[in-house]
Design a protein around this ligand. Structure first.
Ligand code: NAD
Length: 476
């Protein structure tokens, strides 16, 4: 647990912001304008449950409106508070700027433990919360567009979208009021796994640069790398799944609330997932060693550590003992500012949250565009693309036959080449491109400036510069 002298989550984000801004030359006052959270709305509302009225406390913070709508997830957890929501909203501003998603930053939260309520109760609570936010334009297709975060999923997003539609029956763009919806409720292919997929693409991009890999003391590719994942929810599970199934990484430990599973030979990610879905935790899983004090595994030897649960898990209390040479922050704010400093001094390479988990907002952006354009990606082009490819293949085969050379295209090539891209492929391509471009932007600053030591400061410099330019362009 974090020690007393640790700053709060919001202060931690501010300290990191300050470290970057000290290297910039912003017009007087603009620095503060960018740093502060514009507004936080706190709502207390009652819902009749189990024969009595229960009162809930919810938040929606708007950090920066340099671009609208503002965007950011809604979290359901007992620890939700104003400081946390404001920190997360600030990170959303910087994240959107870094991946060039045209949004300002926002975040919301409801102080409750979703495991204590059944589905019907959660629907009542979610609809009421959505009503409270929507009537103040804190859910709105052109002003404020939430998404899932910890404790929420496409199910809650579907309820929110429906609630908004009921309140705005003539709004043709109502579905764009929230992203992360189920595919059959106005969602987009590839959104559920987008954040984990983004973590995979971020790591792939990092490993494309041997010079960068060398800075962590690692070498080679992702193949065979020993990975520890903390938090086996949406983000952690998908990152672990893709890295082990597609890149040859070995998931040697999974840390959850009820302890950690360890297998130096690599865990079977799907088998653990099935166990957790039926048993509600990792305890009792038969094919690995269970360590009750799960957080100890954050300090275990590995190549890559992926904290994908909550903020502040690597702090002044344990940072010095963390051995991973490479940390990718899949969660928001898993390292406190103090831990960040200790690890930097040790030479640990940290791929920062605002980049590492930006896959979610990137695909949310695609979903929002899809909702506003009212058409699935690829619907107009797919068959036309296939027909053009068929023309080329036919012509090559004709030339080969006419000239007597006797070439033939392999069936595998033909099958792959002839098929036009569907929505999922287009989403993945857009996400991959976004993750590569954002890494390049950070990397240019990281390598190009003598006063920039780490990727986090590089990420802040890129994003603050973009936000500043946007404010300046507006005449602020
Ligand atoms: P989730 O609710 O699906 O999963 C979180 C998991 O972490 C759960 O399995 C929970 O049991 C576990 N957990 C919670 N506290 C823990 C602890 N102290 N130790 C070990 N495990 C713990 O949430 P998620 O959507 O996967 O979000 C995880 C993190 O990723 C959060 O920081 C969130 O802000 C961030 N994030 C999520 C998205 C998204 O699209 N869902 C996008 C960007 C960032």
């Amino acid at each position: 647990m974090a020690q007393a002298k640790e700053p709060s989550f919001r202060q931690s984000v501010d300290l990191m912001f300050n470290r970057a801004v000290a290297l910039m030359d912003l017009p007087p006052g603009l620095e503060e304008k960018i740093r502060v959270c514009n507004a936080t709305y706190i709502v207390r509302f009652g819902v009749r449950l189990r024969g009595r009225i229960q009162t809930f406390v919810g938040y929606r913070s708007v950090h920066s409106e340099h671009m609208e709508p503002v965007k950011g997830g809604i979290r359901y957890a007992m620890g939700v508070n104003q400081d946390e929501v404001e920190a997360l909203a600030a990170l959303m501003t910087y994240k959107c700027a870094l991946v060039e998603a045209p949004f300002g930053g926002s975040k919301g939260g409801l102080c409750l433990d979703p495991r204590q309520y059944d589905e019907h109760e959660l629907e009542l609570i979610t609809r009421r919360f959505a009503y409270e936010l929507a009537k103040r334009a804190l859910i709105h297709p052109s002003q404020n567009v939430p998404a899932p975060d910890m404790g929420t999923s496409e199910r809650e997003m579907a309820w929110i979208a429906d609630q908004y539609s009921r309140m705005n029956t003539t709004d043709i763009n109502a579905r764009a009021c929230v992203t992360g919806k189920p595919l059959h409720g106005g969602g987009i292919a590839g959104r559920v796994e987008a954040t984990g997929r983004g973590v995979q693409y971020a790591l792939r991009e990092y490993f494309r640069h041997p010079e960068d890999v060398a800075r962590s003391g690692l070498s080679g590719t992702l193949d065979g790398k020993r990975v520890i994942v903390q938090g086996f929810g949406n983000v952690g599970y998908h990152a672990a799944k893709f890295l082990s199934e597609e890149d040859g990484a070995k998931i040697i430990a999974i840390i959850e609330r009820d302890g950690a599973l360890v297998d130096e030979e690599g865990l079977d990610v799907e088998a653990v997932r099935n166990w957790v879905s039926t048993h509600g935790g990792v305890s009792g899983y038969p094919n690995a060693t269970h360590v009750p004090e799960g957080d100890k595994l954050l300090e275990h030897e590995c190549d890559i550590l992926i904290p994908a649960a909550v903020e502040g898990v690597i702090n002044l209390g344990n940072a010095a003992r963390v051995k991973a040479p490479l940390i990718i922050e899949a969660a928001n704010g898993p390292l406190t500012a103090g831990a960040d400093e200790i690890l930097r001094e040790k030479g640990t390479v940290i791929i920062p949250d605002m980049y590492a988990n930006a896959g979610g907002v990137t695909v949310s952006y695609f979903e929002w565009v899809k909702n506003l354009s009212h058409i699935r990606f690829g619907r107009m082009q797919r068959r036309q693309e296939e027909a053009r490819h068929q023309l080329l293949v036919d012509e090559l085969e004709r030339l080969s036959a006419d000239s007597g050379i006797g070439w033939s295209l392999s069936p595998g090539f033909k099958q792959k080449y002839l098929r036009g891209a569907d929505e999922l492929e287009l989403v993945r391509s857009g996400l991959d491109d976004t993750m590569r471009a954002a890494y390049q932007a950070m990397r240019e600053v990281w390598h190009g400036r003598d006063d920039v030591e780490d990727l986090r400061v590089a990420a802040y410099l890129v994003s603050i510069d973009r936000v500043a330019k946007s404010y300046q362009a507006k005449g602020l």
